[in-house]
Write a protein that binds this ligand. Sequence first.
Ligand SMILES: [Fe+2]
Length: 211
Amino acid sequence: MLQAMDYKAKQFNLSGLQGISDKTLEMHFKLYEGYVKCVNEFNEKIAEMLKDGKVDQDEVPAYSELTRRLGFEYNGMVLHEYYFENLQKQGTGMPASDSDFIKAAQTTFGTYDLWKTDFVGIGKMRGVGWAICDQDPKTGMISNHWITLHEVGNVAGFIPILVMDVWEHAFILDYAPADRPKYIEAFFSNINWQAVEGRLRSKRITPSAAA
Ligand SMILES: [Fe+2]
């Protein structure tokens, strides 16, 4: 018997961020909750189709469409959780100089500043999506990625370390579309670097393994 998956929307206490208004957050939380709802609904519909032990021929179009959309809905849910969880009130702007993140950035990019240039550069790219700093769990190396929508560009098995939403809904109430760089600046001032640090599998950093 297929177990029904029932995801619950998480709550985030983030009001009072710098440069990202409570109004934006409120709207953004609602959007996130929509993804959680869709994931549950789609899973339920698919489970319903599987109930009789087969996918009937007349169910194939709906079954296929629902299944294809799971990538969008699941990543929409999960990436928003990473995003909200790597934000905090009264952020410090910079990771601690002796943090594992700084070490990972230096190992891969040479300097934290160069890592940031790359991450911010990706965030400014035209298009609808996300900038994500991932860690390769096999080597410990980090790399920055552009994700189109929610699902195109995620690297299987890589661990999201820092996730930045650059869809316009993330900032349109606070900044004009052309002012995305100002939103990115605000995002950086609110990063919860401790959360970022907690995601790193620092023990696995073996740069030589990537050579
Ligand atoms: Fe979003």
